[in-house]
Design a protein around this ligand. Structure first.
Ligand code: HDD
Length: 667
């Protein structure tokens, strides 16, 4: 628990039910003395209707489930606090963006998009990054993703897109995967999705951790200052630990080893006090520059390259508290793009406009009626006063005799005053179902993304296309996708076409612009929070292991001693036995087994697999025998010696060695 309790935390006290040893009761408060036997007519007779405890218990059980979110069903949440760096009064009147002494409580929910509630965390997918700020002026939500663009430009296409990516309707296969015909059929027919597809095929779609991924508000929003002047804004969350990903072969195995990999990682980091931190940054565009770009600011399939409009950090969010009850908090939290506070407003982005309808609508169904803002996690920390009344699950007892305005009986209260001012944008137009011509270029930024990738990133993108399209049954769909890739880049199209045995499209003219900020190379490096397996066995040099562990943990790493059996080995406490530990659950591995594991196939696989996935590998003393037996090549990031602590820590901080030659590695 954090030392200083914020307003949201204190508010939740009224709703918390502590675990204590008081007597069990029914929901009506009647004491219960036996919840193991139903009331029967004779010990072998039928159960009686009058057993109200039985009926209540079973009925409540039958009604435990609510509909999962139609998208983003799988998620994990945490509370945090947002601290502002400097007042932004010239840009916005929002109170929480003007007072640096205020710590604004937040709740964040991270999610995948396509999978059901019980699907695995580490799938190839977009990650949701939704943040609720409990400000003194009400709730402000940034309902973002870890990609800065989206699949479609107009929200009316959202059901089509989601139907295409979700499991196919006849047999509900595949779960949480885009590698199937309907998804790629949609893509080839809807080229506005191509820029997003490039992000989806990149390693951004398989983050190492929710703590190590960016977040984006995606749309262009508007900040409005007290004088009513607007400035376009894009929201960015930048993780302090840097942006890092897993590798594809690894995620396939993590799914079996630990389907809760990302969720567990978030939970454990917060429990350990290694609080995830994200800087909130803005890209600002004065209204006078609205038309200065070769894309439309209202088009959610486009980024503003950071080289054109740099990021300005404005504050930091620290996630410092795990929820106490998953259902009550993480499942019932309700985000909405239209939860705005004074000083922030929309733009006419047609995707955003559709979202402003959809979120409230979905919550009315999912949370059972219009009183869901009273659910503790959703309640603003300031007071709610209006004439809206009744409905299912009303928890407030409104004492007033009036629920209308204007009124004289209640002195005109609650009075509408000093409220949210919508930005006064002059709008005129002909009613028309049409996209703006400024939305028509679907290829330039997909090319920009490809051009900006390092060699290993390009390789992973090509491999992703081959995996995905390799699962598509219909050849014309593959051909259609490859034709589009030809318009993105001939190199990309050629490599994918070759893998699929398709004709290489005739190369067209593409631009050579790049945005270095799009690449995941050059991230902040740190050993902090990295998970390291230390393989030990009888014969281990316990003193050397303890010294290494101390050196790594001193820098914030998390070490686990892995041995053939639980208990203790050579005086070292074992955290996990080898048969319950896959290398894919760790960022790095050290062989410190004194040579005893060199003949153990499972241990050989462990280090070889870590090598294949580009991870730092260390060996101390006779531990090198395990690497030799497994034929781990002595390439970058393989550190062998008696005093490896410093060099090994550097290798772990480098995250992965993607340029290793792994063609011959069987693991
Ligand atoms: Fe959405 C959930 C993010 C477009 C309709 N969306 C949802 C969540 C996130 C996003 C993070 C999960 C929130 C949570 O954790 O509870 N959605 C996005 C982003 C989009 C986007 C970044 C594009 C820029 N969404 C989008 C469109 C529509 C929706 C165009 C409909 C027209 N989204 C929904 C929804 C969900 C949702 C159906 C499902 C559950 C919920 O809202 O509460 O209303």
């Amino acid at each position: 628990m954090q030392s200083e309790r914020d307003a949201k935390d204190r508010q939740l006290d009224a709703h918390r039910v502590p675990l204590d040893d008081r007597t069990m009761t029914t929901d009506q408060g009647s004491p219960v003395d036996d919840t193991d036997n139903s009331l029967k007519a004779g010990t072998r007779g039928p159960t009686l209707m009058e057993d109200f405890h039985f009926r209540e218990k079973i009925t409540r059980f039958d009604h435990e489930r609510i509909p999962e979110r139609v998208v983003h069903a799988r998620g994990a949440g945490a509370y945090g606090v947002f601290e502002l760096y400097e007042p932004l009064g010239d840009l916005t009147s929002a109170a929480f963006l003007n007072d640096t002494s205020v710590k604004t409580p937040t709740f964040v929910r991270f999610s995948t998009v396509a999978g059901s509630r019980g699907s695995a965390d580490t799938v190839r997918d977009v990650r949701g990054f939704a943040t609720k700020f409990y400000t003194t002026q009400g709730n402000f939500d940034i309902v973002g993703n870890n990609f800065p663009v989206f699949f479609i430009q107009d929200g009316i296409k959202f059901p089509d897109f989601v139907h295409a990516v979700k499991p196919e309707p006849h047999n509900e296969i595949p779960q949480a995967q885009s590698a199937h015909d309907t998804f790629w059929d949609f893509v080839q027919l809807q080229p506005e999705s191509l820029h997003m597809i490039m992000w989806l095929m990149s390693d951004r779609a398989i983050p190492r951790s929710f703590r190590m991924m960016q977040g984006f508000g995606v749309h262009t929003f508007r900040l409005v200052n007290a004088a009513g002047q607007g400035t376009f804004v894009k929201w960015h969350w930048r993780p302090v630990l840097g942006t890092y990903s897993l590798v594809w072969d690894e995620v396939l195995r993590v799914q079996g080893n630990d389907p809760d990999f990302n969720r567990r990682d978030l939970w454990e980091a917060i429990e350990r006090g290694a609080y995830p931190e994200y800087e909130l940054c803005v890209q600002l565009v004065p209204e006078s520059r609205e038309h200065d770009f070769d894309f439309d600011l209202l088009d959610a399939t486009k980024i503003i390259p950071e080289e054109q409009v740099p990021l300005r950090p404005i504050g930091k969010m620290t996630l410092n508290r795990n929820p106490q009850n998953f259902f009550a908090e993480t499942e019932q939290v309700a985000f909405h793009t239209a939860n705005l506070v004074p000083g922030v407003d929309f733009t006419n982005d047609p995707l955003l406009q559709a979202r402003n309808f959809s979120y409230l609508d979905t919550q009315l169904l999912r949370l059972g009626g219009p009183n869901f803002p009273q659910i503790p996690v959703n309640r603003p920390v300031n007071e709610v006063r209006n004439d809206q009344r009744d409905g299912f699950h009303q928890h407030q007892i409104h004492e007033s005799r009036t629920s209308y305005a204007p009124n004289s009986i209640s002195g005109g209260c609650p009075a509408a005053r000093d409220g949210y001012q919508h930005y006064q944008e002059k709008v005129e137009g002909t009613k028309i179902r049409m996209r703006s011509p400024s939305f028509q270029d679907h290829y330039s930024q997909a090319t920009l993304f490809w051009n900006s990738m390092a060699g290993w990133e390009k390789r992973h993108i090509v491999e992703a296309f081959l995996f995905e399209l390799g699962h598509v049954e219909r050849r014309p769909i593959k051909e259609g996708v490859v034709r589009h890739l030809g318009a993105i880049h001939p190199d990309l199209a050629g490599r994918v076409a070759e893998g699929l045995g398709l004709p290489v499209p005739i190369p067209g003219q593409v631009h050579t612009n790049a945005s270095p900020a799009l690449s995941m190379t050059n991230q902040p490096r740190s050993v902090a929070t990295r998970k390291i397996a230390i393989l030990v066995a009888d014969g281990t040099d316990a003193a050397a292991v303890s010294a290494l562990r101390q050196a790594l943990e001193g820098q914030g790493a998390v070490c686990e001693v892995v041995a053939p059996h639980e208990g203790a080995v050579g005086g070292l406490q074992v955290d996990r036995q080898l048969s319950a530990a896959g290398s894919v659950l760790y960022d790095a591995v050290v062989a410190a087994d004194g040579g005893a594991l060199a003949s153990v196939g499972r241990a050989q696989f462990f280090v070889l697999e870590a090598f294949r996935h580009g991870k730092a590998i260390g060996a101390v003393g006779s531990g090198r025998q395990l690497l030799e037996a497994a034929r781990v090549p002595g390439q970058d990031g393989v550190i062998v010696g008696d005093d490896i602590a410093s060099a090994f820590a550097d290798a772990v901080a480098a995250h992965r060695f993607y340029d290793r030659d792994i063609t011959g590695i069987p693991a």
